[in-house]
Design a protein around this ligand. Structure first.
Ligand code: IMP
Length: 178
């Protein structure tokens, strides 16, 4: 039996663009010219962070981390570590973590703890998509683009087996058996 996948549109590029502009304006208002360190979680957040940073009316520095999660392929195990050495020092800084999707929450929960252990002065979170249905740890997200309860999403940086990241909109992957 082979699985065929089709993509169902969920968010158009226009909707994403408009929401990213709103988020950037809100973050700018909340920080009033104070410098932020934006940290994107690779790979999925690279497009969202690029658009958010360009729309942000506040000074910022930009960096990225790659985190490794061990366990089942479609879900974080909670056993997480930095995949490569960190190239920035969060100590004393206001850090805005930029994430593509928060699903179980295990990845972000681990990273927020890590940033605090490194001495970050304040840590805020911004997720393009909050998918709360499978949440395993309570997590407060400061800025959320869209709440989408379920489904496996691709596009705008999100992948399925490394495909579809470059699509300008967001789609749900629908698997059909034949
Ligand atoms: P969490 O630790 O379960 O919250 O995992 C979040 C990470 O899993 C995200 O940063 C994505 O890389 C990946 N992920 C979760 N849901 C999806 C999805 O619907 N599409 C693509 N990647 C996803």
């Amino acid at each position: 039996m082979s699985a065929r996948e089709t993509l169902e549109p969920v968010l158009t590029p226009e909707r994403i663009r408009a929401r990213v502009a709103e988020l950037a304006a809100e973050i700018g208002r909340d920080h009033q010219g104070r410098e932020l360190l934006l940290v994107g979680i690779l790979k999925g957040a690279f497009i969202f962070l690029s658009d958010l940073a360009r729309a942000l009316p506040a000074p910022c520095r930009i960096d990225f981390v790659r985190l490794a999660s061990y366990g089942a392929s479609d879900q974080s195990s909670g056993r997480i570590e930095l995949k490569s050495p960190c190239t920035f020092d969060p100590a004393g800084k206001t850090v805005l973590v930029v994430e593509d999707i928060v699903d179980t929450g295990l990845t972000l929960d681990w990273f927020l703890r890590w940033l605090k252990e490194q001495g970050a002065a304040a840590v805020k979170t911004c997720a393009l998509v909050d998918k709360p249905e499978r949440r395993q740890v309570p997590l407060f997200l400061d800025y959320v683009g869209f709440q989408i309860p379920r489904g496996f999403l691709v596009g705008y940086g999100l992948d399925y087996a490394e495909r579809y990241r470059s699509l300008p909109g967001i789609y749900e992957v629908v698997f059909a058996q034949d």
